[in-house]
Design a binder for this molecule. Structure first.
Ligand SMILES: Nc1ncnc2c1ncn2[C@@H]1O[C@H](COP(=O)(O)OP(=O)(O)OP(=O)(O)O)[C@@H](O)[C@H]1O
Length: 214
């Protein structure tokens, strides 16, 4: 399994946000995007997720089980700044929607109660999503990653405004996903405590510098 981006450039409105972004991730690998506000991290994630068209360059996903290259958006979970859940629906109803919308008949995700337990919130899935605290809502957004299996996780500031235990919880979910051969692409302002993760420092239009977090 490979996720490859070559010479990507993207525009928002009239402005070129970045140029010449390339990276390659194999099964079990993660790339963390860092850089100042406005440097283009969310823009790059949205291009990889297929939500924005690149100005230039290509991004492809190759899976040994499938004969053709695909756009990674077809094999990705995208967790943006917002949780993409309906406040009026219960947690179960929200997660059930995402499971049927994103699910893959050949690779089942976790049952909803197991996913709730994995994010430390079992027993409250009958509540409307809108009744929950901001931190509980974000944790259930992580549960969305678990109820439908998708090999690529694209995460935009996943732990902003969460407590340290939620940081550790997400780091654990990511480590498990990587150990099972998944791929993770995440934008973050603080290290998630992951080991051996590649870093891509976005510098805006000037391009990007590669580095590694130890
Ligand atoms: N819908 C839009 N229309 C026009 N310009 C936009 C739009 N969305 C973002 N931009 C601009 O694109 C640039 C990159 O924004 P982006 O959200 O990708 O940055 P970021 O690195 O994720 O920032 P942050 O760390 O604040 O989340 C910014 O200058 C922003 O103003």
């Amino acid at each position: 399994m490979h996720l490859t981006a070559e010479n990507l450039a993207a525009r928002r409105g009239e402005d070129l946000i970045f140029v010449n972004i390339s990276f390659h991730l194999a099964a079990g690998e993660a790339l963390v995007l860092t850089g100042r506000n406005g440097s283009g991290k969310s823009t790059l994630l949205r291009v990889v997720a297929g939500l924005l068209r690149p100005e230039k360059g290509t991004v492809i996903f190759r899976d040994e089980g499938s004969p053709q290259d695909r756009h990674p958006g077809e094999a990705s979970h995208y967790l943006g700044h917002r949780n993409a859940m309906k406040n009026e629906l219960t947690v179960v109803e929200n997660l059930d929607f995402w499971r049927s919308f994103l699910g893959n008949p050949n690779a089942a995700g976790l049952p909803i109660e197991d996913a709730a337990e994995a994010v430390g919130l079992s027993g409250i899935t009958h509540l409307p999503f809108g009744y929950l605290s901001a931190g509980q809502q974000r944790r259930f957004a992580f549960a969305k990653l678990l109820v439908a299996h998708r090999p690529i996780w694209i995460l935009d500031e996943p732990t902003a405004a969460l407590d340290a235990s939620a940081d550790r919880l997400l780091a654990g979910l990511i480590e498990t996903h990587l150990a099972e051969g998944g791929i993770v692409l995440a934008a973050t302002h603080q290290p998630l405590g992951l080991k051996n993760v590649q870093e891509l420092k976005m510098t805006g239009f000037a391009g990007a510098d590669h580095g590694v977090w130890g």
